[in-house]
Design a protein around this ligand. Structure first.
Ligand code: CP
Length: 339
C-alpha cells in the first residue's frame, strides 16, 4: 500500500506488509507518545477532527497524536454544531474543510458516509467509524496490542485463537478486527453472541473462504476457554431500532474475575475496544478484573495514540523525518505519587 496522500477508509486496504509498516513506524514513535522526547515534524499542519457521533478515546487520541507530531487540531463534535444541521451536504462540507486542513478525521453514524465524504475531499480522510460498518484505526490499534501481548508470551499472530464476545452484529470495531486478522494464517474465531447479534454472514463467509476456522457459541463459558485473546464488546444500544430491543441484551454476557479464573487459560489476554458499559445492569467486563495483569484494555488505549501517530506520519509522508525535528522534553511528565 502507498500511504502517501491516501485515504484510510477500510481495513480491506491493508495487506500484511502495510500492517507491518504501520507497526514499525508506531514502534519508532513510542518515545514521543510517552513524552520522552518531542517532535515538531508537523509544525504548521492542520487536522480537522470531525466527530458527528459521541467519542472519547478516538477523538482525543487522534487529536493528541497530531499535536504530539507538532500539528494543530480544529474540532467539530456535533452535527448540531456544524452546517450539516442546515442541510449542507457531505460533498460540500468536504470541499470546504479540505481547503482549511492538511488531513481530516471523520466519524459519522451512517455506513459509507466517510467514503462519500472522502470522494469530495482534496486532502486525505481517515475513517474514525462509520455507522456499523468499519473502524479501521481501532482494528489497527487492537492488532498492534495483540501482537505486543503475544510477543511477551513468545507467540505470533499466525495460529491465533480469539473469542469475540457480545454484540457482534452492530459492533464496527469487531467487524474491522475480524477482517484485519484474516490477513494472517490459521486464525480460529470463536463467536459468542445471542443468535440475533451474530457476526454478519458476509464477514463469516469471507473469513472461511480465506481458510480460517469460525465457530459459534451461545453460552459464554463454552466459547472463552482455550483462547489467546478474549475480546469483549459492549451492546451497541444506540444502533438498535428500539430501546426495548436493546434492553433485551443488556447484561447477557458478563466477564468477571471468577468466570475468567474458572474458564480461561491463565495467560488469556482480555481486551475491549471501550467504552465498556459500567452501569449496574450491563457490566460486560467487570471492574473486579482491574488487578488481573492480563487485562490489556488500557494498554490498548495507550497504543491508540501511537498507532494514530503512525497513520498521520505515513499519510503525510514524514515518517523518516520525525527524529530530525526532535527535542528533549522540558516539563515534569508524571504524577508525583500515582496510586
Ligand atoms: N473505541 C472507541 O471508538 O471509543 P470512543 O467511542 O470513545 O471513541
Amino acid at each position: 500500500m502507498d500511504f502517501t496522500g491516501a485515504d484510510i477508509l477500510s481495513v480491506n486496504q491493508f495487506d500484511r506488509p502495510s500492517i507491518e509498516r504501520v507497526f514499525e513506524v508506531a514502534d519508532d514513535l513510542r518515545p514521543y507518545a510517552q513524552r520522552k522526547r518531542i517532535t515538531r515534524v508537523l509544525q504548521g499542519a492542520i487536522l480537522s477532527n470531525m466527530f458527528f457521533e459521541p467519542s472519547t478515546r478516538t477523538r482525543i487520541s487522534f487529536g493528541s497524536a497530531f499535536n504530539l507530531l507538532g500539528g494543530e487540531v480544529r474540532e467539530t463534535t456535533e452535527v448540531s454544531a456544524s452546517s450539516l444541521a442546515k442541510g449542507e451536504s457531505l460533498h460540500d462540507t468536504a470541499r470546504v474543510l479540505s481547503g482549511y486542513s492538511d488531513v481530516i478525521v471523520m466519524r459519522h453514524p451512517e455506513a459509507g458516509s466517510v467514503a462519500e465524504f472522502a470522494e469530495a475531499s482534496r486532502v486525505p480522510v481517515i475513517n474514525a467509524g462509520d455507522g456499523t460498518n468499519e473502524h479501521p484505526s481501532q482494528a489497527l490499534l487492537d492488532l498492534y496490542t495483540i501482537s505486543k501481548e503475544l510477543e511477551t508470551r513468545g507467540r505470533q499472530i499466525d495460529g491465533l485463537r480469539i473469542a469475540l464476545v457480545g454484540d457482534l452484529r452492530y459492533g464496527r470495531a469487531v467487524h474491522s478486527l475480524c477482517k484485519l486478522l484474516a490477513v494472517y494464517n490459521s486464525v480460529h474465531y470463536k463467536r459468542v453472541s445471542p443468535p440475533e447479534l451474530a457476526l454478519p454472514a458476509g464477514i463469516v463467509e469471507e473469513l472461511r473462504q480465506r481458510g480460517h476456522e469460525v465457530s459459534v457459541y451461545h453460552e459464554l463459558e463454552e466459547g472463552i476457554n482455550q483462547v489467546d485473546i478474549l475480546y469483549v464488546t459492549r451492546t451497541q444500544e444506540e444502533r438498535f431500532p428500539t430501546q426495548e430491543e436493546a434492553d433485551r441484551y443488556r447484561g447477557l454476557f458478563r466477564v468477571n474475575q471468577a468466570i475468567y479464573t474458572k474458564h480461561c487459560e491463565p495467560n488469556t489476554v482480555i481486551m475491549h475496544p471501550l467504552p465498556r458499559d459500567s452501569r449496574a445492569k450491563a457490566q460486560e467486563l467487570d471492574d473486579d478484573l482491574i488487578h488481573n495483569p492480563n487485562l490489556a484494555i488500557f494498554r490498548q488505549t495507550d497504543n491508540g495514540v501511537i498507532v494514530r501517530m503512525s497513520l498521520f506520519a505515513l499519510v503525510l509522508d514524514v515518517a523518516e523525518q520525525v527524529h530530525n525535528h526532535a527535542q528533549p522534553v522540558t516539563w515534569y511528565t508524571a504524577k508525583r505519587n500515582p496510586r
